[in-house]
Ligand binder design. Structure first.
Ligand code: NI
Ligand code: MN
Length: 228
């Protein structure tokens, strides 16, 4: 499995030759000002959306028009919203694993909120649990730490957890450490930090705090890829 991180909660997962773009936020993202970000992205097969906030859904239409066969996977309300705009969608909700060519996917609870910029209700916020034969991955989405996370490893050992660490709107570093204990997860990719002034973190200190708990916090520069 391969992950290319762009910034904020935006990255591409490559699993079994399928490209999954998660929470696309480029337009209006201060990290991408004056950058032709489309040149970085050659292929998208799926777009996974955790909730309806602008910093997670703002470029769905852009990518859906650039890559014709894109399938948007999200909760029922978000899927409906984009399906009305003529985009192919697959609406789901909490409660079961669904098979796709890249593996099995489940929509899981997040403690957050979900509304579109135009005021449209965005359903319940969530995250994704992906079980693939290249390993299991948990994407929490924007959330605080919560006890519900302890059920995630009951479905299978996680190879990687992708958790927000910037604080204010989501977990901060201390909460993410507690979350990683609930998840029984040793390797964490940190997201949702440094994009805006109010979610700035000290990256070295953050890594050290995880390291002291026997865990690895991976933080990637814009456009960097890891294999795991
Ligand atoms: Ni949010
Ligand atoms: Mn957010």
């Amino acid at each position: 499995m391969k992950i290319t991180f762009f910034s904020h909660s935006t990255y591409i997962l490559e699993i079994h030759d399928q490209c999954l773009l998660v929470d696309p936020f480029f337009s209006g993202n201060p990290v991408f000002i004056n950058t032709n970000f489309l040149k970085f992205i050659k292929r998208v097969d799926y777009i996974l959306l955790t909730h309806a906030h602008y910093d997670h859904v703002c470029d769905v239409e852009l990518f859906a028009s650039k890559f014709n066969n894109v399938l948007v996977i999200s909760n029922y309300e978000i899927s409906n919203y984009f399906s009305k705009k003529g985009i192919k969608t697959y609406g789901i909700n909490y409660g079961s694993f669904i098979s796709f060519p890249f593996g099995k996917l489940k929509y899981v609870w997040a403690a957050h909120s979900s509304v579109f910029n135009d005021g449209t209700y965005g359903g319940n916020p969530g995250g994704f649990l992906l079980h693939t034969d290249e390993g299991n991955l948990y994407i929490s989405g924007d959330t605080s730490v919560m006890h519900e996370m302890s059920i995630i490893p009951a479905f299978g050992k996680l190879k990687l957890s992708i958790l927000p660490i910037g604080g204010r709107y989501t977990m901060d570093i201390e909460e993410a450490i507690i979350a990683s204990n609930f998840l029984k997860s040793e390797k964490i990719l940190g997201v949702h930090y440094d994009t805006f002034v109010d979610i700035r973190i000290d990256k070295e200190k953050a890594k050290e705090r995880f390291f002291k708990k026997g865990k690895e916090l991976v933080l990637l520069e814009k456009g960097k890829t890891i294999y795991f």
